[in-house]
Design a protein around this ligand. Structure first.
Ligand SMILES: [Ca+2]
Ligand SMILES: [Ca+2]
Ligand SMILES: [Ca+2]
Length: 379
């Protein structure tokens, strides 16, 4: 069932006699045919399709519906032909993408005892008859015929959202003292009235300090009250005292919108597993948070609960996901400073919601001289 209440699992299967004759019983059986995408060449260990088994669908929840004058017994549906020689039954497919079937129809139900799916069958996925010298069941002009292959596809509803404009990227304050760096005469130690969280040590390396119209490259910063910045002197000139602006190295600066994630390659990526994405783009924006930690009140689960509009539609029969263009994961994996772990994307287990860490991707791929090992994190 999908959200509109229509049952997309039902398929009409119709057999036609070679003459327009009514009242002739026709028997139908569904066959889980071979998975043609995996075989002994490209999947020798049988991880996707174990060819030593006689079936390979992931779900067994499929078969015929007992509707109208159709009788279903031991997986065989039987109905008589109408005045035009047609017999029609309803077959329901599983909801597992990639499951596939053919339906075999015959005027002689005892023939159905010998049919089986040929395994490791290349791209054919054929049905054969053990009682007839393992001959392939034809599509027409025989006492027993079969349909073309039908494969289950699933829709994936992808709700896409993003944070609003960046805030708090530039800090302002007063410089209270400047002394030469005792370990390097080309640098200065600048004491400020800033207060930073302990997780933000060296966050501003490599940022910019602007004071008195001059700009200085930031090499490091302390945390706590009275933050000290280590900066490179501008030529022979050290920064003076007074008001300053301090900007970190982020590509996106104050006032710039965090972009919506690029989903243009998702459809092609999901095609091999028989899933089609459908997009729902949120108009409203999620308030900007520089580091969206998973454990804080305003953290990832809270964003998922508050802003995933289609969350309640998510069910085993109607797949929904939520993809958020965000800024940075926790301060331990945001590449500020350029070291340690890098988190580029996070999916929240138990809540749903996938966060794309835009600024960390920018740090890594737009001119970061210090390559680090990427870490795709699931938590
Ligand atoms: Ca197989
Ligand atoms: Ca196969
Ligand atoms: Ca199959």
């Amino acid at each position: 069932m999908n959200e509109s209440g229509l049952n997309y699992r039902l398929v009409d299967v119709r057999a036609k006699l070679s003459e327009a004759k009514s009242g002739v019983p026709i028997s139908f059986r569904g066959v889980d045919v071979d998975d043609p995408t995996a075989n002994s060449d490209n999947d020798p260990s049988g991880i996707i399709d174990n060819e030593s088994l006689t079936a390979d669908n992931r779900s067994s929840n499929w078969g015929f519906a007992s509707t109208g004058s159709v009788t279903v017994e031991n997986g065989v549906a039987t109905v008589v032909t109408d005045a035009d020689g047609f017999a029609t039954v309803e077959f329901y497919v599983s909801t597992q993408p990639g499951d596939n079937w053919r339906v075999v129809a015959t005027t002689n139900p005892s023939q159905l005892d010998g049919i089986y799916a040929i395994q490791d069958d290349g791209f054919y996925a054929r049905v054969a008859d053990a009682n007839n010298h393992d001959q392939v069941v034809p599509g027409a002009d025989a006492e027993m015929v079969d349909t073309q292959m039908l494969t289950a596809w699933r829709n994936l509803n992808v709700e896409v959202a993003s944070m609003g404009p960046v805030t708090g990227n530039t800090l302002e304050g007063m410089i209270t003292n400047v002394v030469p760096d005792p370990s390097n005469a080309a640098n200065s130690m600048v004491t400020t009235n800033l207060k930073l969280d302990s997780s933000e040590v060296n966050r501003f390396n490599p940022g910019e300090l602007t004071v008195g119209g001059a700009t200085f490259k930031v090499l490091g910063n302390s945390a706590g009250a009275g933050v000290t910045l280590t900066v490179a002197n501008n030529g022979n000139t050290a920064p003076g005292k007074g008001s300053f602006r301090l900007k970190d190295d982020d590509i996106l600066q104050d006032g710039q919108d965090v972009p919506t994630p690029d989903t243009s390659k998702l459809a092609d990526a999901l095609k091999p597993v028989f899933i089609t994405p459908r997009y729902f783009v949120d108009e409203g924006q999620i308030p900007f948070v520089a580091n969206l930690d998973g454990n804080t009140v305003s953290g990832r689960p809270a964003v998922v609960n508050k802003y995933w509009q289609r969350k309640n539609k998510n069910s085993p029969d109607n797949w929904e996901v939520f993809v958020v263009g965000a800024f940075q994961n926790d301060t331990g994996s945001d590449l500020d400073p350029y070291s340690g772990r890098a988190s580029y994307g996070t999916t929240v287990q138990g809540y749903g919601g996938s966060f794309i860490w835009t600024e960390t991707i920018n740090d890594k791929f737009q001119g970061n001289p210090n390559a680090v090992t990427p870490l795709m994190k699931r938590n």
